[in-house]
Design a protein around this ligand. Structure first.
Ligand code: UD1
Length: 414
């Protein structure tokens, strides 16, 4: 999808089932390269990042069958140690093949990964902790060359990086002894990776806490259902909040959305919850008080742009501090095109609620920033055009179609 044309001003109303989690399925797909076995993954989102990962895995020698939400993967044959740099360069999560291939082969040659540009995204935490486990690491011609089976032992992450925690868990599957990860990330997607690996026979303790222990042992194929996508859910809730809508979401875990639900409810949304569903009703919004992004259990950085867009018309001033990424306000110039009043000072954004937004043309710069522009367009009066809308395809399945199902006037152009 290149351009998304939206005529705003219609409240989003209806019911939607949340898709499977992008950030859970990507490490689990990488994990299938670590384990010789046959896997069935259900609730896989039909998004470009999954399609690209599938191409990478097939290039390594795995067979991947199935479409829509169930993928069958056969990893029993020989597996290569060097992913194709063309697809791997499109995704940040391709770096997780480092841990997976080290566990399986004792070597890996990983092209430097891509993904959204959100400021400097170094890999020092991944690489230094693998080195601490005895893996040799060097960078040559745009590739990370790693060799050696990890020893057992303890590693301390100085920041709870999601990717570094996942890479260490994967590498630890082939380690010579138990690996203790201290300072681990606590995101729900880490728990889903651990649940998948446990189904494969691994013994993993403490996932979801900052101290994770992985015991190496024989592994086999398994079936697993991917966790619901808390960031997709947050995006739809923000779109409903911004438009004064009435939205029911099913197939989600409300507890995993707690920081986002707290902000939306402080902004005046009425939210009712059950075990795996919730309903949000919105009218005029007010500034919810300061929002500070951070590692789980803090407010998730991936929801920062959609929530900012939801609050552009909220009465008062909202202050958002982005502490996770150094350049994650790239959507702000686009939001200003709709008439938003957002001032940036370093890592702090001050949003002064305006009475109305007007239709505009704006170019998307990254996945969640693109979602923020769509939310602003839905809340604006008149027609808008979001260009470079292909960023949405990375993480949202059938986005325009699902918007229309909720009553939005949205059409893909080109
Ligand atoms: C994952 C998510 C991404 C989310 C992010 C934070 C996937 C596929 N992506 O990305 O959507 O926004 O978690 O919740 O799951 N850092 C270092 N050195 C490193 C690694 C990270 O300094 O070696 C820094 C990063 O630059 C960033 C911060 O740590 O400032 C968080 O990054 P990290 O948690 O690693 O994010 P990702 O795993 O890349």
């Amino acid at each position: 999808m290149e351009i998304l044309r939206i005529t705003g001003g219609r409240p989003l109303r209806g019911t939607l089932a949340v898709q499977g989690s992008k950030n859970a399925v990507l490490p689990i797909l990488a994990a299938t390269a670590a384990i010789p076995g046959r896997f069935t993954l259900s609730n896989c989102p039909s998004i470009r990042d999954v399609a690209v990962t599938r191409t990478i895995l097939e290039g390594l020698g795995l067979s991947v069958a199935g479409r829509d939400e169930v993928l069958s993967i056969d990893s029993t044959g020989p597996v290569g140690s060097g992913p194709d740099p063309v697809p791997a360069g499109q995704l940040r999560s391709s770096v997780l093949l480092l841990g997976a291939l080290l566990a399986r082969l004792g070597e890996a040659a990983i092209p430097l990964p891509g993904g959204c540009v959100l400021g400097a995204r170094p890999l020092d935490l991944h690489l230094r902790s693998l080195e601490a486990l005895g893996v040799q690491v060097r960078c040559e011609n745009g590739r990370l060359l790693c060799r050696g089976r990890p020893s057992g032992g303890a590693v301390l992450l100085r920041y709870p990086s999601v990717g570094a925690t996942e890479n260490l868990i994967l590498a630890a599957l082939g380690a010579a002894g138990p690996v203790l990860i201290l300072g681990a990330a606590r995101e729900p997607e880490i728990c889903d990776l651990a649940a998948f690996l446990t189904a494969c026979g691994a013994e993993i303790r403490g996932a979801g806490t900052s101290c994770v222990r992985v015991l190496p042992g024989p592994l086999h194929g398994a079936a697993h259902r991917i966790l619901p996508d808390r960031i997709e859910a947050a995006t739809w809730l923000c779109a409903a909040a911004a438009t004064g809508g009435d939205l029911s979401l099913s197939a989600l875990l409300p507890d995993q959305l707690r920081p986002v639900l707290n902000v939306l409810s402080r902004a005046g949304c009425e939210i009712t919850e059950a075990k795996d569903r919730l309903r949000l009703r919105a009218d005029a919004l007010r500034a919810p008080g300061p929002i500070v992004t951070g590692p789980c259990p803090a407010f998730p950085t991936d929801a920062q742009a959609p929530v900012m867009a939801a609050l552009l018309r909220a009465a008062g001033i909202t202050v958002i501090e982005e502490t996770v990424f150094s350049d994650r306000f790239r959507h702000v110039p686009g939001l200003r095109a709709f008439g938003a009043d957002v001032e940036i000072t370093g890592r702090i954004a001050r949003i002064r609620g305006v009475d109305r937004l007007h239709g505009a043309a704006a170019a998307a710069t990254d996945l969640r920033g693109a979602a923020a522009l769509v939310i602003a367009a839905l809340a604006a009066e008149g027609e808008s055009r979001i260009t470079d809308a292909r960023h949405l395809d990375r993480g949202y399945a059938r986005f325009a179609e699902r918007l229309r199902a909720l009553g939005a006037d949205a059409a893909e152009v080109g």
